[in-house]
Design a binder for this molecule. Structure first.
Ligand code: GLA
Length: 370
């Protein structure tokens, strides 16, 4: 394994353990996780691999095969910058429960595609530290720990979806997660058996406003929940009544979150009935709601979604936080080429860079490789 060789070369010893954690796409349930709602992501076949050994002192040494160069030496996690903060955040939130570590990191999640390489890195580090320091955490506790690292150390107020997907996913399944109770179920998702593919369309754009807008959406939801007298938007049962007391942005955000939760449940019902192809309309509705009510889409995502549908996709939507990244399209196998051609043509017409197409096959969550 490449990461083990790099570890050996940098630190002159064998790593104590090697863990892999995957990136994710979200089938449906967008911007619902921090509203105590439902999500339905699955792990992708690309991820982050971490080789790690514990240390006697509290120093952290980090090496990334993608960043290159010599290992970074950190006297404390707080000294970390850039990508290293996602790795250092985990020992930072574990505090006195761990000492230092030597790490080598390798990854193949397409960068900037919005497929959660950061959650993959956090989860792989959390799993490896848990093992070598004998912390005995459950998979869900690992996901929560990784989320805390991102919230408290990196400063991104994300929900639990990405870290849960990286930890709890199973090959051939989507992960149905109730973000309030943290109850979850691995729901079979065998697209090939239905002659279908889920195509990831990586727009290759990332708008810089993403982080600030994410925090703003979250604040809108919390303030709307306060006005409605509920703990979270998950608790809104009478949508028209709720909308009648809200205005402007808050009104639109609530409309999205409440209907999106229902769409997740509807998709689960269809998957359970074996009617996979029928979820397409719900994917389309999710996209329109994210575009018009939640206002987190961008022209590159809208054009990808519209062209995919025109090209014959059963349904399509943006996936992840928005403001760039990827869209997904549910496509009959024989139409994949036609859909890709339609999207590429729509991009070329606008003088945009060709998007990247990746087939999304549900993969396993974090696992020990050595
Ligand atoms: C990002 C966050 C997740 C989730 C999605 C939107 O990926 O990390 O927690 O909120 O956006 O669904």
């Amino acid at each position: 394994m490449r990461v083990v060789e790099a570890f050996r070369e940098a630190y002159g010893a064998e790593p104590r353990t090697v863990w892999h954690a995957p990136g994710r796409v979200n089938l449906i349930g967008e911007h619902t996780d921090y509203n105590d709602g439902f999500v339905l992501p699955f792990a992708v076949p690309w991820g982050v691999t971490v080789a790690l050994s514990p240390r006697e002192d509290t120093t952290i040494r980090l090496l990334s095969l993608q960043a290159g160069g010599a290992p970074i030496t950190l006297a404390t996690p707080e000294a970390a910058e850039g990508w290293a903060r996602y790795a250092a955040g985990v020992p930072a939130v574990l505090g006195a429960r761990v000492r230092g570590a030597d790490l080598a990191v390798d990854g193949d999640v397409p960068q900037g595609a919005g497929l959660s390489s950061s959650a993959a890195l956090e989860v792989a580090v959390a799993r490896a530290l848990d093992e070598v320091y004998g912390l005995g955490q459950t998979p869900m506790e690992i996901a929560l720990l990784a989320q805390r690292a991102e919230n408290e150390f990196v400063g991104m107020p994300c929900g639990i979806m990405d870290q849960a997907a990286a930890t709890l996913s199973r090959a051939g399944h989507a992960l149905f997660l109730d973000c309030r109770s943290l109850g979850f179920r691995n729901v079979p998702l065998d697209l090939a058996a239905h002659g279908l593919r889920l195509l990831i369309i990586d727009t290759r754009v990332h708008h810089e406003l993403a982080d600030g807008q994410y925090a703003k959406r979250r604040a809108d939801c919390e303030s709307a929940a306060g006005k409605l007298g509920v703990a979270a938007l998950r608790d809104v049962v009478d949508l028209p009544a709720a909308l009648s007391v809200l205005q402007g942005d808050e009104r639109k955000r609530v409309q999205h979150v409440v209907t999106e939760n229902h769409r997740v449940e509807a998709v689960i019902g269809l998957l359970r009935a074996g009617a996979v192809a029928e979820i397409g309309g719900l994917l389309n509705a999710s996209h329109l709601s994210l575009r018009d009510q939640y206002e987190v889409s961008v022209p590159e995502l809208d054009v990808a979604v519209e062209a995919a549908i025109r090209g014959g996709a059963r349904g399509a939507r943006m996936t992840g936080g928005g403001f760039g990244g990827s869209a997904i399209a549910l496509v009959a196998e024989e139409r994949v080429q036609r859909v890709q051609d339609a999207v590429s043509a729509a991009y070329a017409e606008r003088g945009w860079r060709e998007p990247r197409y990746l087939p999304a096959v549900p993969a396993d969550g974090a696992r020990k490789l050595a």
